[in-house]
Design a protein around this ligand. Structure first.
Ligand code: ZN
Ligand code: ZN
Length: 281
């Protein structure tokens, strides 16, 4: 049972919790600041980000009080899932309404932060993977395609490849995605690209629509062709580095084409959650 209540920022437990997680809460606050500025709420930026931080402190308190469990690593999906469970408590809805839904908004922002914290190595691996795939894609055995994933499958373990600790990716799944796209940009198949000298195919890049940085959110793997979109280099950079509104437009379009395929892989996803993985809250 959660003991939801208003916890003022000068209450002892609040101060104690804030001090205990100070370093990472400061980082969360900067991240939230960046998101809210980017979302165009410049006027209210500092107010909103520090509110998220205060609400996160309260969520940590509710969790620890009710579960007799100490939160160790605030940047892990394991902790995020613990905090997220609070949403399912009976009294949460009313309590959340009374706080202008700030608690649920904080959980979304926190999810975006945890994905961001997990994205460094996974993005390095994405580049490395695309590079290697370009080189070998014509040599991958056709017959191996029969092993493609079509049902829920447990995620892999992370491993270290060329100094990067990350989840492995399957070349065959990415190649299958390229075949399905017919080596065109899935955001807009009219986008011109070029012939890749290594494989003589039009150059497209494989991108995991649910980012591999979010793999820890799921028990099952997200490295399957249905989750891999092929993009021209500009669109691929755009989905990683554009402003939120531009990213959003792409995500809506790409997710609409894919959303019905996730359930058979045992992956629960909706548009809002996908936005959160991309830092759109
Ligand atoms: Zn990518
Ligand atoms: Zn494109």
């Amino acid at each position: 049972m959660y003991k939801f209540r208003v916890i003022p920022a000068n209450e002892e437990i609040f101060i104690k919790t804030r001090n205990k997680y100070k370093t990472i809460l400061d980082e969360f606050n900067s991240y939230a600041q960046m998101l809210t500025v980017e979302a165009g709420n410049a006027k209210t930026k500092s107010g909103k980000a520090s509110s998220y931080t205060r609400y996160l402190i309260r969520l940590i308190i509710f969790y620890s009080e009710s579960n007799d469990d100490e939160i160790i690593d605030l940047s892990s999906f394991e902790t995020l899932k613990k905090i997220e469970k609070i949403k399912h408590a009976d009294e949460f809805q009313t309590f959340n309404q009374e706080s202008n839904r700030f608690y649920s908004a904080t959980i979304s922002c926190y999810l975006a932060y945890v994905t961001y914290k997990n994205s460094n190595n996974e993005e390095v691996m994405d580049n490395y993977f695309n590079h290697s795939l370009n080189t070998i894609e014509n040599n991958l055995e056709e017959k191996e395609s029969i092993n493609l994933i079509n049902t829920p499958k447990m995620r892999h373990h992370k491993r270290r490849v060329s100094k990067v600790y990350s989840y492995p990716r399957n070349f065959l799944e990415a190649l299958e995605a390229k075949k399905r796209s017919n080596w065109t940009c899935e955001f807009d198949k009219e986008h011109r690209t070029f012939i890749n000298i290594k494989n003589r195919n039009p150059h497209v890049e494989a991108h995991h629509l649910i980012p591999m940085a979010a793999q820890d959110y799921y028990e099952n793997t997200i490295d399957f062709a249905d989750n891999i979109v092929c993009l021209c280099p500009t669109c691929h950079s755009r989905i990683h580095y554009a402003m939120q509104s531009e990213k959003k437009e792409m995500i809506v379009e790409l997710f609409n084409k894919r959303k019905n395929h996730y359930l058979r892989h045992g992956i629960n996803i909706d548009e809002k959650l996908l936005f959160n993985f991309y830092g759109i809250v």
